[in-house]
Ligand binder design. Structure first.
Ligand code: ZN
Ligand code: ZN
Length: 384
């Protein structure tokens, strides 16, 4: 198959996936489509149900035991599409607003070419992960053997990026994308009549003090050289206009680039919430969840990514020292299994990710596919 024909096919696959988006861990039609394509290329070793709806297809050529994993994501977002494109989502309130349709098409294209053309010695695992958006998919694949029974020496992934011109590539050694933690503080007081505050312990007034003091979590606890954000995003009481609240619920979101900072934030939030509550004659419970871990790129793997990108994108279009991003990415957990790296590629002047007007740019398909193929051929170079 010529590359032009393959790129036309990838475009068609992408549009079909775009029309039929599926939320995380419900990607049954998407997975069936991917499996059908992989088998049609001639890949027989296709494992399904890895992390509920995830897929790992393995292609071995030659005699080397070296193994590389390439990952794409498959899930969509609960957003109602407003692009009016001819291939818009057919489903209300579900949309490929992060371009995972494009990532899947690129990895399928790479699988098609590597199967038909070879050019490497070893094994490639094509990993199609579910449920990236809510940070559950990679954990579920790991629980089903990714990285243990399905082993690899290195793993790589990419994401499209609006605002970065088409044909540009960016990555960074070390911390590249942020972790996301979530917290819920419940303040318990004693409610009562709004006219008789002296008989109550007002949970709302207490919660307001907690929210104010939470502004010191980063400014007084985290090294100024480390990046950290703590945002209170929701506060609610008993919701009765003429009654003093007996409880108040505070929810928030934290971003950072290291486990050490995460621990500091958690302990400061707990100390402040429990201490302030006691000062008001109330009590408080705090739950703290680590949803996304920080994405830390292995330095040698970044060099490999950049070498392959220099060939495909051209050295003038490759930035090996991009700025760290506060956004989170579930691929981070894959980097706890083996050395590897994550990169971003240009999506041109499109609407932002997670916006109802966003669309993946089909002109990026060939770049991503070619980069995956080049990376495999460089990392699993046949002995001459
Ligand atoms: Zn996303
Ligand atoms: Zn995404």
């Amino acid at each position: 198959m010529t590359e032009t024909t393959l790129i036309e096919q990838m475009r068609n696959w992408r549009h079909l996936l775009h029309q039929n988006p599926e939320f995380g861990h419900q990607e049954t039609q998407t997975a069936a489509f991917i499996v059908d394509k992989l088998r049609s290329f001639g890949i027989s070793n296709v494992k399904t149900g890895i992390g509920k709806t995830g897929i790992v297809a393995s292609l071995r050529i030659g005699s080397s035991d070296r193994t590389i994993a390439l990952r794409a994501d498959m899930d969509c977002l609960p957003i109602h599409e407003t692009t009016n494109l001819p291939y818009s989502s057919k489903k209300a309130n579900l949309m490929h607003a992060c371009g995972h349709d494009g990532h899947t098409a690129m990895l399928l294209g790479a699988a098609a070419r590597l199967t038909s053309e070879g050019g490497f010695d070893g094994t490639v695992h094509f990993v199609f992960q579910p449920a990236e958006e809510w940070g559950q998919g990679m954990q579920s694949m790991i629980a089903d053997g990714l990285g243990s029974t399905i082993k690899f020496d290195e793993i790589y992934g990419l994401h499209n990026m609006p605002g970065l011109p088409i044909g540009q590539f960016e990555t960074r050694a070390g911390a590249f994308m942020g972790a996301e933690d979530g917290f819920v503080i419940t303040v318990y007081g004693t409610g009562g009549h709004a006219s008789r505050p002296h008989e109550c312990n007002d949970a709302i007034v207490c919660a307001c003090s907690v929210v104010n003091e939470l502004q010191t979590v980063v400014s007084r606890n985290v090294d100024p050289a480390d990046l950290a954000v703590v945002s209170v995003t929701s506060i609610a009481g008993d919701n009765v206009k003429n009654a003093i609240s007996s409880t108040a619920r505070i929810e928030g979101d934290c971003r950072h680039f290291s486990d050490e900072v995460s621990q500091k934030i958690e302990s400061a939030i707990k100390r402040i919430a429990i201490g302030i509550a006691a000062a008001h004659g109330c009590t408080a419970d705090v739950t703290y969840d680590r949803v996304f871990v920080p994405l830390i790129n292995d330095a040698d793997s970044v060099d490999h990514c950049v070498t392959a990108a220099n060939t495909i994108f051209g050295p003038d279009n490759v930035n090996a020292n991009g700025a760290p991003m506060g956004a989170s990415e579930d691929f981070a957990r894959a980097l706890t299994l083996a050395p590897g790296a994550f990169a971003i590629i240009g999506n041109g002047d499109s609407a932002p990710l997670h916006n109802s007007g966003y669309d993946f740019n089909d002109d990026a398909l060939a770049y991503g596919m070619d980069w995956f193929v080049e990376l495999v051929r460089q990392r699993l170079k046949p002995k001459t």
